[in-house]
Design a protein around this ligand. Sequence first.
Ligand SMILES: [Zn+2]
Length: 264
Amino acid sequence: MQKFIVFLLVGLMSSTAADAKKQSKGGDPIVVSPEDLDRSVMSYVEANVLATMYHELGHALIDGLSLPIFSREEDAADTFVVVITDKFFDAEQAEQLTWASADQYARDAEEAEKKGQELAVWSTHSLDLQRYYNLICLYYGGNVQQRDDFAEENGLPSDRAQTCEEERELAETSWGGVLDDIKRTRSGPDWIVLDEDVDTLGNSYVLAAQSVIRREVARLNERFAPDFEVKVVIENCNEENAFYSPGEGKITMCNELSRSYVHD
Ligand SMILES: [Zn+2]
């Protein structure tokens, strides 16, 4: 699976580095230059941070637009990640993003098994490995002719592969229609407002991840303009988490979660 890790950041490292110059709370400047970051590690962190942010944004759209959801909301939010990232990035980048995000679920599943934890069959989320296969399937279903190697390399069983194109078409009809409806047609205020904590746990990858979120929020503001506001807060939470708070229209992206995506 390593071969997919490499490239998302090629065009992004320089802007990430330029952005990633901030004062830490202690007053010492933290400066991240591309040489300080291992490209494949950063690519993995970036992919997972983006996938997580888009998952939470899926929740925000479901809430803000009162979208009808006829099954588990968590699955709908995962589906949104594939639909929007496949539109937002070129094929190579979208593939890396899907793979890295799916791979993180596979790692989580493996770790839980090692610890002897029971499968969380009661959870609002699908099981980690189901989330893995759902992502791989939906991405593959977006172009079954060109992405069959991807499906095979990531172990998608042929029983499931048979329905992926249809599953993706349904996802496109559902989420694609939502994205069409909220397309920005004229200038106006940003619908996503960013609030960043300057502390980054002293971790260069976390700092770079903040830049990734900042860049992505700017792109989302350029392209979409629903008539409600979403706040994205990046902060230390003392837990590895990201979540959407419906009452407040707020996405919280925890720095600890970004740090948890750093695998040497
Ligand atoms: Zn969720």
